[in-house]
Design a protein around this ligand. Structure first.
Ligand code: ATR
Length: 263
């Protein structure tokens, strides 16, 4: 039986095992997908297990998407461009680090029919998934990408790779069309992001990378003030879809049942 894992810290909230095991069963594959809470020191050995074929594939989640890069043999172009990996597999005797967050984010945006072309985007956070989002937003024609992070240094580091970013202080709210919460604020139910909703106006698009809980305070407030709100469920679903297809060489189905599975 083939073994797959999602590694991260925290990991309890991850719905990857539920989704992958559902598709594994649907497609009658002899495999199991588990989650594992790890520390940074465990990454190297786990990736070595892919080389030894004790583990067939790994999904990497927060906060290890960047750190895992040093332990794989090769990066795909997406992983290299974003300097972030979330999917690991072995091919031709090499352990490959790949990024399916970029495709996941783009397909998720297309699914909700939001066109970022010529839009001003405001990103909160500078963690592992943000570089993937920046690349996709730029590629899709966003006119401006503004970024703010509690630790400003991390925002400034991102600007070294993406010079077109505009960095602003944490707590400030610029004018925007779309705002993305890419921080971990909201994972705990009473987590709040301080924003002056009255100044923001209406009909903006609020996007939260968090999908569990389903509706963060950030999204609840957005709706209350007359904005459009989406969580990261479809992004999550599509990044998993891409990883599954690479590992099992089978394209699993995304339908109402799959989407409901994550509610
Ligand atoms: P990492 O930054 O290690 O890759 P992550 O979970 O991908 O981990 O990212 C966490 C993000 O949430 C970061 O942008 C973090 O801000 P810092 O860089 O200042 O740590 C942000 N974050 C987490 N808790 C926060 C809080 N209480 N207030 C504001 N931002 C927070």
């Amino acid at each position: 039986m083939k073994k797959y894992l999602v590694i991260g810290n925290p990991i309890e909230h991850s719905l990857s095992p539920k989704l992958h095991n559902y598709w594994i069963k649907k497609n009658k594959i002899d495999a199991v997908y588990d989650k594992k809470l790890i520390n940074e020191a465990d990454i190297e050995d786990l990736i070595f297990q892919v080389k030894k074929e004790n583990i067939s594939g790994i999904n990497v989640t927060v906060p290890f998407k960047k750190k895992a890069i040093s332990f794989v043999d090769e990066l795909t172009s997406e992983a290299n461009e974003s300097q972030s990996i979330n999917t690991i597999y072995k091919e031709n005797d090499k352990v490959i680090g790949h990024n399916t967050d970029m495709a996941g984010f783009e397909l998720g945006l297309r699914y909700v029919n939001y066109d970022v072309k010529d839009k001003k985007i405001f990103i909160l956070g500078a963690g592992g998934v943000v570089s993937s989002m920046i690349l996709v937003l730029k590629k899709m024609g966003a006119s401006k990408i503004i970024l703010s992070n509690r630790t400003k240094k991390k925002a400034e580091d991102l600007k070294k790779s993406f010079s077109y970013l505009e960095i602003i202080d944490w707590g400030k709210t610029p004018e925007f069309d779309m705002i993305i919460n890419a921080t971990s604020l909201g994972l705990k139910n009473n987590d709040e992001i301080k924003l002056n909703y009255l100044d923001i106006g209406v009909n903006k698009f609020f996007y939260d990378v968090i999908y569990n809980p389903k509706e963060t305070i950030f999204l609840k407030r957005a709706k209350m003030f007359g904005n459009k709100a989406e969580n990261g469920k479809m992004m999550f679903l599509y990044q998993a879809h891409q990883a599954f297809t690479i590992w099992h060489k089978i394209m699993p189905e995304i339908n109402d049942e799959t989407i409901k599975l994550l509610d």
